[in-house]
Structures are given as C-alpha cells and as structure tokens.
Design a protein. Structure first.
Length: 113
C-alpha cells in the first residue's frame, strides 16, 4: 500500500529552483504527529538525510543545503514540501520523502547547464 507519493522533480539549470511535494496517505491525526523527512541518493552512495520537520515545527537541515532549502508541512493537506533554491550540480540526486515506516517512490532532480 502506497503511503507517500512525491511530485515536483525535474531538470533545472544551476541557480534555479524546484519544489518537491510529498502527499501522505496517513490519517490526518497520524500525519499531524509524525516527523517528516527528505532524503536524497546518488548512484553508488548511501541515502543522505536532507531535512526533517517535527510535529511541533522543529526543523533540521544537512549542512550542504542550509540557507538554500526549506522544508515545510501543511497538516490540512497531509502534505509536506521541500523548496530548493540556488540549486547546484551537486544537488543532483533522487529525492525521497520518508515518514514512519514508509518511503516515497523517489523523484529525480537534475541540476545541469
């Protein structure tokens, strides 16, 4: 059963922006008490945590994306987001959302001139 569905990946030039979204099939109650994560992975590398947001709104970012990426959540829509600005070629990866024991299917982000 698919619990998390991502959207919003694509190709962009360096310096550009993309917004990823992750819609959760959890109940609204479960969503509101769950920490939401974004990860990314490049071929041959381990999956890297990019950011998370707790139910109370505490946020953490990987050092590599601080000041450029913003994670947010909309409990009314059971959806959380990753706004990515000032994208760099090294941000190229498959991005996954994660919460509880569920993972999204992954969405490709490519940053290239």
């Amino acid at each position: 059963q698919v619990q998390l569905v991502e959207s919003g990946g694509g190709s962009v030039q360096p310096g550009g922006s993309l917004r990823l979204a992750c819609a959760a099939a959890f109940s609204a109650r479960i969503f509101s008490v769950s920490t939401m994560y974004w990860y990314r992975q490049t071929p041959g590398e381990q999956r890297e945590q990019v950011a998370f947001i707790t139910p109370s709104g505490t946020i953490n970012y990987a050092n590599s994306v601080k000041g450029r990426f913003t994670i947010s959540r909309d409990n009314a829509r059971n959806t959380f987001y990753l706004q990515m600005n000032s994208l760099k070629p090294e941000d190229t990866a498959v991005y996954y959302c994660h919460s509880r024991d569920s993972w999204g299917q992954g969405t490709q982000v490519t940053v290239s001139s």
